[in-house]
Design a binder for this molecule. Sequence first.
Ligand code: PMP
Length: 282
Amino acid sequence: EKVLWNDQLTTRDEVKIGIEDRGYQFGDGIYEVIKVYGGDVFTATEHIDRFYSSAEKIAMALPYTKDVLHHLIHQLIEENELENGIVYLQATRGDSPRNHPYPNPAVEAVLTGYTRETKRPLAELEAGVPVILIEDIRWLRCDIKSLNLLGNVMAKQQAVEKGCFEAVQHRGDVITEGSSSNAFGIKDGTLYTHPTTNLILNGITRQVILDCCKEIGLPVVEEAFTVEQAKQMDEFFISSTGIEVMPVIKLDDHVVGNGTPGEWTRKLQHAFEAKLPRKLYV
Ligand code: PMP
């Protein structure tokens, strides 16, 4: 199994990361998770664009062009003969004596990547999942796909401890997003989701879903909605690269709709599946 280290494909035990790597010490870096279906990379361009955009937002120079990165990702998938799974990609600001300001002069970013086989969460996609509602305690630049994930990690842990699949966060009254997903409600034939501000990550899956809404004739309102409004939605779901269109059947103790995935959510699942690179996957 090969991994990516800067612009090299190598083995995991060859990789040397410094103990003063800024990703390790400060979470000073960015990442992407990209899905592979039947050997094909899904929405690779969108993920790579977001990777560069996250880097730009933290004034970090990536030493490779987007084309080189595309190529390296494809090489990694081929080398590892990955059929169904993910590519994880991250870049840190590099290894430099510990000091808060960005190193000046800059040191080279450290890029790492690997593949992992995963399965689609088919049982959950069919039955739907319960989630908890939790205060969003994260910082105010959630639009950056940053390695700083402690707020997200703490939220997800709360969900797990309550036997739930995800923690859907709210800042005050306003629903923002899940700890590792975007959140959507459907009421009277309209889909509601938080607008792409600094308070959420603009999920690639979210963008694909908004395209699916157009295709199936589901009107979209990108406006913040409250916890109370969330509980009045007919349908609710969350999305991410790994979980696709995941129906939510419980928000804390509140049962969504009749407690099973709603009709629009099912239509969105089908429209989403129709976009996957190959029909035959597990
Ligand atoms: N929000 C957060 C906080 C996330 O971590 C993720 C998953 N990376 C998402 C939303 C969904 O993004 P995507 O659809 O690009 O996986």
